[in-house]
Design a protein around this ligand. Structure first.
Ligand SMILES: Cc1ncc(COP(=O)(O)O)c(C=O)c1O
Length: 366
């Protein structure tokens, strides 16, 4: 087994190529959390017909794109800001709030903490507890929201636990934030993969709470991480003005502008994705629940967090076994509160998920 201290991020395919001598094209990435259907079918043809768009600057205000986004997620175009992936918007929002003390519900995506510390802020983690299957105890969180904090960051659904907070729960959290002058940033990168009946999105709440911004992107659900198109929704017009003043002009390319409008309108693709993920999520979760060697945490997004219960196996060994079969999973030991017993993988097409389950079974169940 190769001894690598650093763990691979979902997008580290070049590193894998170098270390394991496997062509990156041959690797099925179960670690990048990207829609296995690939980009919507018509997009390639449509973009190739509109390549001339790169000969001119995009609309500086992205009026058409913002209006497509507003229609897609049920808000007003004036509440939408677009960015170069949700990553640019995470930075801009944190820079704008400039928190001295921010709280993050963890374990979670690492960029929030990095950005807070780049802005000179201090991060406190509110731990989601393994004993509670990483589900949030809203009442307990509210006790910890005090005026000593100026920002709260929630990834919903959360990466890597795949747990989520519902709309009524978020309302309670936002009331507590409002009471203590805390600004809330909710990252909904994975929200479109959740069951619509579970009422996870907080977009509607931006109509009532000015201390809220919701971030989303096209990298995961629309399988377009290279397009770099993200957006934020907030009812706080003062924030929109300040962030727009700070943001460089034209950070979204003309092609991303065109692609975005097409993707947001493609209802067939959106339904097909949701159907596939819903079916595979239920099926894979049920299968893992029948294994003695692992504890699978109930997923609400397009990926699942799993804990290895066997003493003699860890996530490094599992990673190594799977990558040698050209399948890449995510070792979660670099996430706060997790360790080398936790791994995460996303749901791909049925036959690929079956291949992964077979490989995991060889190490864990035999
Ligand atoms: C929770 C979360 N937010 C944001 C991002 C970055 O997304 P984007 O490609 O839109 O910048 C990721 C990427 O893995 C993520 O997991």
């Amino acid at each position: 087994m190769l001894n690598h201290k650093d763990h691979f991020h979902g997008s580290d395919l070049e590193k894998i190529e170098e270390i394991y001598h496997i062509n990156k094209e041959d690797i099925i990435s179960f670690s990048a959390n990207i829609n296995p259907l690939g980009i919507p079918g018509d997009l390639k043809k449509y973009l190739s017909q509109h390549l001339d768009a790169i000969s001119s600057y995009p609309d500086r205000e992205y009026k058409n794109l913002r209006s497509c986004i507003a229609q897609y997620c049920g808000t007003n175009p004036q509440n939408v800001i677009v960015g170069n992936g949700s990553t640019e918007l995470i930075s801009l929002m944190i820079e704008n709030v400039h928190p001295k003390r921010a709280m993050i519900l963890g374990p979670s995506y690492s960029e929030y903490e990095r950005e807070i510390s780049l802005c000179g802020g201090h991060t406190l983690y509110y731990p989601l507890k393994e004993e509670q299957d990483f589900l949030l105890d809203v009442q307990d969180l509210c006790v910890h929201l005090t005026s000593r904090l100026d920002m709260l960051v929630i990834c919903n659904p959360n990466n890597p636990t795949s747990t989520s907070i519902t709309y009524p729960q978020m309302r309670r959290i936002l009331d507590a934030c409002l009471q203590h002058g805390i600004f809330a940033m909710v990252d909904e990168t994975y929200v479109e993969f959740t069951d619509p009946a579970s009422d996870v999105s907080s977009i509607k709440l931006t109509n009532y709470y000015t201390n809220l911004v919701v971030l989303r992107g096209t990298s995961k659900f629309f399988a377009a991480p290279g397009l770099r198109l993200g957006y934020a929704v907030t009812g706080n017009q003062d924030m929109i003005r300040k962030v727009s003043t700070r943001q460089n002009p034209w950070t979204i390319s003309s092609l991303a502008e065109i692609a975005g409008c097409l993707m947001f309108r493609d209802k067939d693709y959106q339904k097909q994705t949701l159907d596939l993920i819903t079916e595979e999520r239920d099926r894979v979760y049920r299968e893992l629940c029948s294994w003695k060697s692992v504890k699978a945490f109930k997923p609400s997004a397009n990926f699942i967090l799993v804990k290895i219960l066997r003493e003699d196996v860890d996530a490094d060994e599992l990673f190594d076994h799977c990558i040698r079969k050209n399948m890449m999973i995510r070792n979660c030991s670099t996430f706060p509160f997790l360790n080398n017993k936790f791994f995460r993988f996303c749901f791909m097409k049925k036959e690929d998920n079956d291949r992964l389950l077979a490989a995991l079974r060889e190490v864990l169940e035999d």
